[in-house]
Ligand binder design. Structure first.
Ligand SMILES: CC(C)(COP(=O)(O)OP(=O)(O)OC[C@H]1O[C@@H](n2cnc3c(N)ncnc32)[C@H](O)[C@@H]1OP(=O)(O)O)[C@@H](O)C(=O)NCCC(=O)NCCS
Length: 189
């Protein structure tokens, strides 16, 4: 299932990131995105904001080393009835050289199992529509959600309903200000 190679499923451990591991995780994420200069400042801005919670930062450990990271942070859903506390998955990265061996998949699957025990009802993301549906992510527009920017393609705006989701929860996703401060929303020309 795309998880072959040197690292079998059994050798990958997904766990919460320890606060002291932030610098290592930051460097790994920048490398995963090919040195993209926006990733480090995004992680810094999120970590310094109200949207961050230590329990929402997960790492994949392979043979005792951190091989991948996925971060969820808080955001608002502006639903007709009230504001709803929701989560945004961003960023996710796997160490170059270890990509396409199932590590990213394990990170997403196992972190979602943890999130299923929390009170937030929805996880949103902007991402490749060929990747995330295999984990249960759906087209967010089809469930009545509006993206926070017109620069997010419809097919890339996805949502994962958690157990406390209810169909009255529709409306606009509003990213936390950290995403705007570092201009990390949507695609620019
Ligand atoms: C995206 C990422 C986190 C996935 O983790 P991973 O461990 O490589 O992925 P998995 O092994 O679990 O799954 C492999 C699948 O991911 C998808 N995938 C991985 N890298 C991809 C890429 N660059 N472009 C498109 N699809 C990609 C493919 O569907 C692939 O399946 P295939 O090998 O059968 O084609 C990882 O490749 C990464 O860090 N990429 C660079 C950073 C990034 O783009 N993050 C996501 C932003 S939305």
């Amino acid at each position: 299932m795309g998880s072959g190679g040197a690292h079998s499923e059994q050798s990958v451990i997904v766990r919460a990131m320890r606060p002291a591991e932030f610098d290592e995780v930051r460097a790994l994420s920048v490398a995963a995105f090919g040195g993209d200069p926006a990733i480090g400042p995004l992680l810094d801005a999120l970590r310094g904001s109200w949207a961050w919670e230590d329990d929402l930062s997960f790492v994949a450990e392979v043979d005792g080393s951190i091989a991948g990271h996925v971060l969820y942070t808080h955001a608002f859903l502006d639903a007709p009835e009230r504001i709803v506390d929701v989560l945004v998955l961003s960023p996710i990265g796997v160490r170059p050289g270890l990509q396409r061996r199932g590590i990213g998949g394990r990170l997403i699957e196992e972190s979602l199992r943890v999130l299923e025990r929390r009170s937030e009802p929805l996880v949103f993301l902007e991402g490749h529509p060929g990747y995330y549906p295999r984990f249960g992510f759906l087209r967010a527009g089809a469930l009545g959600f509006t993206a926070p920017s017109v620069r997010i393609p419809d097919a890339a705006f996805m949502v994962y309903p958690l157990p406390s989701y209810s169909s009255w929860m529709t409306g606009a996703l509003v990213y936390s200000d950290a995403f705007w401060r570092v201009d990390a929303v949507g695609l620019r020309e």
